[in-house]
Ligand binder design. Structure first.
Ligand SMILES: Cc1cc2nc3c(=O)[nH]c(=O)nc-3n(C[C@H](O)[C@H](O)[C@H](O)COP(=O)(O)OP(=O)(O)OC[C@H]3O[C@@H](n4cnc5c(N)ncnc54)[C@H](O)[C@@H]3O)c2cc1C
Length: 460
């Protein structure tokens, strides 16, 4: 590989790129990584981590309210958005420095610049410098989309800007029905804003289990979030310091902030893909095989830019698999099945495996076990909320093929349930496991009756 300046050039210092670069260096490769914004990428700088910090902040409201039933007198609490944002920014800066230090310690050379492909072995930096590499890894992630152009779209913000608003807007309109939209609706509402969620589909969280979608919507509405489905924002007008959004239903919603969370697209624009012979897949991302290799043998792509499963742990796993394949002498393909995922809405969602609809389409027999109950904590607090626990079981093999949870701690619970589902545990294995009492998760191992329909269960 000595004809080249480096063995590996990584474009993008996000979750996937950082892991791939570090591991390749540990395998002995000479690695250079270019990052055009901040090391850490979407997850660390303006995704998972800052979002979860805002989610934590938003949940204190409920805790203060719930405390009264447990005998606490909590003085009128007040919230200061600039303090939260400043503290969040400090933590993000610390993480960025830690990521940079880890890379440097592993021997990775970091270039703070945009980088694009010039050909199959050459990367061009913003200052015109060219670097020749034996292998190039595209790990440029994704960016927020705004959907079809509408009048006044320039007034809308995306999740990127939501992390840096100078003040908490008193009324926020969020357009979108995916996990980022419902998470931010919960954050703003928890922190004290009035929130209206507008989504063009028939219900929020397309792709999730229908019971989960219905359950979350019900609970969001109980918490005061207005949810309008089957319509979309058609125009945004500025009226002094506020905005007036015209919906396709004919309604108007006034808001101090309009946030669009209508999807994300892979960062493939002006990347020189064509010059390097790299193809685009049907899903709009860089097309790759199971080893993340593009049509050009020296160029690989991982993470959100491939638009496979757009989650941080997946990008990290793909980065590690790439390095093992190319520099570790151990060809490794990533298994994209049974990836657990969470929505940090209020209440929280944790899921792994097939939805009921997917199972019914794929399996000869599907059995459903479902429990809906008031969590113990809500008894004294008086909070009007219910937990949903649902197992989707292959009726022929008895394997648990899906687990869907809505309620406090759902994400933590599903990470553990995912091990059992991944291992191929059966419903009998779940039943043979002793319950841990009193917990919410004990319902996972105590459901004996196949379930009635959700509508009936909700009515009981
Ligand atoms: C609001 C939000 C919340 C999220 N929450 C979660 C969550 O809770 N859990 C979860 O698992 N996932 C979550 N995600 C998704 C997660 O952030 C991504 O899946 C993950 O960051 C993808 O990693 P990546 O390495 O593919 O790309 P990224 O992390 O996006 O990194 C790509 C990097 O490449 C840089 N770059 C782009 N083009 C160039 C170029 N030409 N030259 C140089 N640098 C370039 C970018 O600046 C960026 O730093 C969230 C995303 C968002 C937006």
């Amino acid at each position: 590989m000595s004809d080249y300046d480096v063995d590996l050039f990584v474009i993008g210092g996000g979750s996937g790129g950082v892991r791939a670069a570090r591991m390749a260096a540990q395998h002995g490769a000479r690695v250079m990584l270019a990052e055009e914004y901040r090391v850490g990428g979407t997850c660390v700088i303006r995704g998972c981590v800052p979002k979860k910090l805002l989610v934590y902040a938003s949940r204190f409201r409920g805790e203060f309210e719930d405390a009264a039933g447990y005998g606490w007198t909590v003085p009128q609490a007040s919230f200061d958005w600039p303090t939260l944002i400043a503290n969040k920014d400090k933590e993000i800066a610390r993480l960025e420095a830690a990521y940079t230090a880890t890379l440097e310690k592993a021997g990775v050379a970091i270039v703070k610049s945009r980088a694009v492909l010039a050909n199959a072995h050459t990367v061009q930096l913003a200052n015109g410098d060219r670097v020749r590499a034996a292998y190039i890894l595209i790990a440029t992630g994704g960016a927020p989309s705004y959907g079809d152009p509408i009048p006044g779209i320039e007034h809308a913000i995306s999740s990127n800007e939501a992390f840096h608003l100078p003040q908490l807007p008193p009324h926020v309109l969020v357009q979108g029905g995916g996990y980022i939209a419902v998470e931010f609706a919960g954050i703003f509402a928890g922190l004290g804003a009035q929130v209206t969620l507008v989504y063009r589909g028939e219900n929020i969280l397309r792709g999730f289990d229908d019971d989960v979608r219905q359950h979350l919507r019900m609970d969001m509405e109980k918490r005061g979030i207005r949810v309008f489905t089957g319509c979309k924002v058609e125009a945004i007008e500025q009226t002094s310091a506020r905005y007036s959004a015209l919906l396709s239903s004919g309604n108007r919603v006034s808001a101090d902030c309009v946030m669009f969370a209508v999807g994300r697209h892979p960062n493939i624009g002006k990347m020189g893909l064509e010059e390097a012979g790299v193809g685009i897949g049907k899903n709009g991302g860089v097309a790759v095989d199971e080893y993340s290799r593009t049509r050009t043998a020296s160029i690989y792509a991982i993470g959100d830019v491939t638009n496979r499963v757009n989650l941080t742990p997946v990008a990290i796993r793909e980065g590690a698999a790439f390095s093992d394949t190319v520099f570790g002498g151990k060809p490794t393909a990533v298994d994209h099945t049974n990836v657990p995922t969470a929505v940090f809405s209020d209440p929280e969602i944790g899921v792994v495996g097939l939805t009921e609809t997917q199972a019914r389409a794929q399996l000869a027999q599907t059995d459903i076990y479902r429990a809906m109950f008031r969590p113990l904590k809500a008894t004294l607090s008086g909070r009007d909320t219910t937990v949903l626990i649902k197992l989707v079981v292959d009726g022929r093999s008895d394997r648990v093929v899906g687990c869907h949870l809505v309620g406090e701690g759902a994400a933590e619970m599903v990470q553990l349930a995912a091990i059992a589902v991944k291992m191929g545990a059966t419903k009998a294995d779940f039943d043979a496991t002793m319950a841990l009492h009193p917990t919410t998760a004990e319902e996972l191992v105590t459901m004996r009756q196949k379930s009635a329909s959700y509508a009936r269960a909700a009515a009981e």
